[in-house]
Write a protein that binds this ligand. Structure first.
Ligand SMILES: [Zn+2]
Length: 317
């Protein structure tokens, strides 16, 4: 390895460890989706996808992560790398790498939040308020880029990393919802303004509803795998896919119908996230937590199936 290569690998490794907590499914959630997608992909699709990702622009650090897994078998290396790729869009939020941050961080690509309010116990859309964020547009745009034979692999690599990330995010109900209340006339920012710690809790100790849903899986499934994070993700992902099998979910995948994916999530936000037993400034009940976990398990699984099948369709021929 040249000294430049070594430097880049070090930068990449440091940024893995320093990567900031995500305002999205946290990185375990995104890796689960990546793992499930990979299991759906044909050898041809896997080969094409890895080739594209390894052509990523140097300043994105995306291709460098592949070299970081130097000691593994080729198959393990590819899987671990592919699982990391959906987290890249959060890795680039790290301001410790200002050049990468400036060029690649896109805050409003992670969600498409529809404004709505509750009226007499029913959800009512606020039709004259345009949704916040660009997730839906970007998913469609990136799918087009990935399908275009005239686009270079280098350009496709960034589109692919974003596609995998947003494809996960849009399955988190609170990435599609901005609930309007008297307290939040301009919306609750996907539950970010809804505190679930007691009123008056110091800022540093506050927890909000968005965080609760983003991190629900690792907070509720204990990590018992030493230093092997990949083993943990595999363990969780396989439990999810046996609970929500591809055979059972296949009929509802609606590939490329990003508006429908968003509408499913929004409906869940209105019915399962903002249940009548959820109270501001209170820790959600055990019953609420268990339900949130099972909703999230299914959403992460479906996201993985959708991503894997879409990539098969594009790259598996
Ligand atoms: Zn995100």
């Amino acid at each position: 390895m040249t000294s430049l290569c070594i430097k880049i690998v070090l930068v990449a490794l440091i940024s893995i460890f320093l990567s900031v907590p995500a305002l999205a499914w946290d990185d375990v959630g995104h890796k689960i989706t990546g793992y499930i997608a990979w299991q759906r992909m044909s050898p041809k699709a896997r080969e094409n996808v890895i080739k594209i990702l390894r052509s990523a622009p140097e300043d994105s650090h995306l291709s460098v992560y592949y070299q970081s897994y130097g000691v593994r078998s080729e198959a393990d290396k590819q899987l671990e790398y592919f699982m990391l790729v959906p987290t890249w869009a959060d890795i680039v939020r790290d301001r410790a790498f200002p050049v990468r941050f400036q060029k690649y961080n896109k805050g409003d690509w992670h969600y498409t939040s529809v404004f709505w309010r509750e009226v007499g116990g029913r959800a009512e859309l606020i039709a004259d308020k345009k949704p916040d964020g660009q997730a839906i547009e970007k998913l469609a745009e990136f799918e087009k880029v990935l399908r275009d034979p005239a686009v270079s692999d280098t350009e496709k690599s960034i589109a692919l990393a974003w596609f995998l990330h947003i494809g996960g995010d849009i399955h988190q109900p609170l990435h599609t919802s901005s609930r309007v209340t008297d307290r939040e006339p301009n919306g609750d920012l996907g539950g970010n303004t809804v505190q679930i710690t007691p009123e008056g809790t110091p800022r540093a100790d506050q927890q909000n509803l968005h965080w609760f849903w983003d991190s629900i899986v690792p907070r509720n499934i204990p990590f018992d795998f030493g230093f092997c994070e990949g083993c943990y993700v595999k363990h969780i992902a396989e439990a999810f896919t046996s609970r929500y099998s591809i055979e059972a979910e296949k009929g509802g995948l609606a590939l490329s119908n990003y508006t429908l994916w968003k509408d499913e999530s929004l409906k869940l936000a209105q019915t399962e996230v903002f249940r009548s037993d959820l109270k501001r400034f209170e820790t959600p009940s055990d019953a609420y937590r268990r339900n949130a976990l099972s909703v999230s398990e299914r959403r992460l699984t479906i996201a993985g199936y959708r991503m894997g099948e879409t990539l098969n369709d594009i790259f598996g021929r």
